[in-house]
Design a protein around this ligand. Sequence first.
Ligand SMILES: [Zn+2]
Length: 212
Amino acid sequence: MPATIEPDDSDVLLVVDLQPDFMPGGALAVAEGDTVVPLANALMQKFAHVVLTQDWHPPGHASFASTHGAAPFATKSLPYGDQTLWPDHCVQGSAGAALHPELDTDTPFLILRKGMRGHVDSYSAFVEADGKTTTGLAALLRARGVERVFCCGLATDFCVAFSALDARAAGFATYVVEDACRAIDADGSLDAAWARMNAAEVWRIQSREILG
Ligand SMILES: [Zn+2]
């Protein structure tokens, strides 16, 4: 099947959080997360602009259950809103926080680390969980002439969805490459994320539409 989407200079591929801690066997494993890596590498070759994100938390981060003496996957009310509490993951400098060893790190022009401030999480590559602290990514992409954002990576229902929704809110036409993502899918979170993305006109596509 021929590709129906041919990325040009106004398109960016955003590759979200392909790190060992999110892979099978990792601290916050996403089922089949490793299967996304070769697809992400193939997609990168189609784009003039590629950005990788890297979840990158200091020890004792606000999103860690251990920080609050709570059970993982509980919800905690923090000053900026409700925060799902996760097992310790992607601690700065740890092996689990590295980029996946098979991920193409030569092609991207930017590796954006997020969640670096201890008291606030950031699922999104664009805006931290306080809803107001920008990473600067939207302005940078606009300065490079980007109009469409294509997202892939982990996890569909958290960091990919939040990034896609914020890209849309920043005015970009936004696409999620569904088969180049995998989800955590806790308590219906995947369906809920797609409902929010559909409502925001974030388009769901498949990698074959770009790769052919
Ligand atoms: Zn995190």
